[in-house]
Design a protein around this ligand. Sequence first.
Ligand code: 6PG
Length: 521
Amino acid sequence: MTETSTVRGTADIGVTGLAVMGANLARNFARHGYTVALHNRSRAKTDALVAEHGHEGSFVATETLEELVGSLASPRRVLIMVKAGAPVDAVIDQLVPLLDEGDIVIDAGNSHYEDTRRREAALAEKGLHFVGVGVSGGEEGALNGPAIMPGGPEESYAALGPLLEDIAASYDGEPCCAWIGTDGAGHYVKMVHNGIEYADMEVIGEAFDLLRRVAGIEPAEQAQVFDAWNQTELASYLIEITAEVLQQVDAATGAPLVDVIVDEAGQKGTGRWTAISGLDVGSPVAAIAESVFARSLSAQTEVRATAREVLAAGVESAPAVSPQDRDAFVEDVRQALFASKLVAYAQGLDMLSAAAIEYGWALDLGTIASLWRDGCIIRADLLDVIMKAFGGRDTSRHPEPGTRAEGQPLNLLFAPEFAQAMAEALPAWRRVVGAAVAAGVPVPVFSSALAYYDGLRADRLPAALIQGQRDFFGAHTYRRTDRDGSFHTLWSGDRTEVDGDGAPVVMPQPAEGDPTDETAR
Ligand code: 6PG
């Protein structure tokens, strides 16, 4: 039933900001039986929504935020879906004076988690709940079931969670929605989801580039390859839509659409935020960062145009794979893609652990992985396996805030099934990166992910030499493998070693007459 006149105090939730994401979330709530109060800065969008979709459920069209707030049952739940940044603050500033203690303000946009932390603290002082909610799944997900990652005060989840769980996607009967953690935790997890999304899209792009430039496989045929890959452990939404995009023919030219699209990738910022935060919390999210850089490089149109003229390729011309070796190469690329994708997940989850410590959040990686199994852009069969590797889904399990959960792998790759999968993929992965380098095809994420893997498992890293260099030019000191404490070599003096306090290091003296004592001779 549609009510176009204001009804005070009965609506279950209010939505302000009725561009497509807000409108679709509002419709999703209404389709689940909730009465939804609608508001938009310009009334026309509200009216259009009611006119086109009013039959889908119970809507209350309102003209002003006062009216919106007045139409809501207590505790009031107001969902804001406007452009991240200043517009969110502007709406909050208007809303706050209209609300009562215990009311809940929900920001469902892709806001930066630091903004969410700030807003949550400010509203908490006024007795209001502020909940930053990550929503993934694009327009279609918002309407039919997104993955939802709510943060904010845990007590607000009692009043808000059931509504969100109702409209979320579900996997095996479990909603792809659970309380993530306090203040900005929900938006942080959504941001990391997007970082992984960037890496996932980039590795698919690198596979496409390799299959074409090294093996000469054209887009239409690649669509079949990706379709086939979607029947393997790579099965995922992004692989599925890749096949769709690759088989699309441009009506105007008859060329594959992918060849007509300008090769400059856009970005709205969440991938960049992930890379920045990875650096801030000391988590080496190199594959994710490389996927952001790859988009940035693609967008350097002028620089690229000059580079094409002045920089040599230094390679024999591709394709380098003979027709009889093609199937083997395709399989190698598939395995390299899988291994690189796993590394992106490992890095994303690692930064979540680091962020939990930094921000005092109680993040449960098993439950977080469970939310990504459906509804969101990175949804993939693999996520069920990842969830199990981190102890499965248990929404009541919250590690001690600011710590890593007990009994879970320190890194996703250490889970036995993934360590095994990486071992199996390694030979192909190395061959593919080698072939790409030889052919001059850029594979920043394939190669960075492999470097991360090799870096993790190295016996010794050249970090020891870096420590020596740092000590040389900055007396930054180093630790030794054989003794506790910190040490410094007097590089510009007699090059003896002193301890962290500058006292000469007393070397253990060999016993008198010891035949191994070289100095006695
Ligand atoms: C999602 C998407 C969604 C959106 C982002 C990323 O999870 O539904 O991540 O949030 O596509 O805006 O977009 P960019 O690629 O433009 O950064």
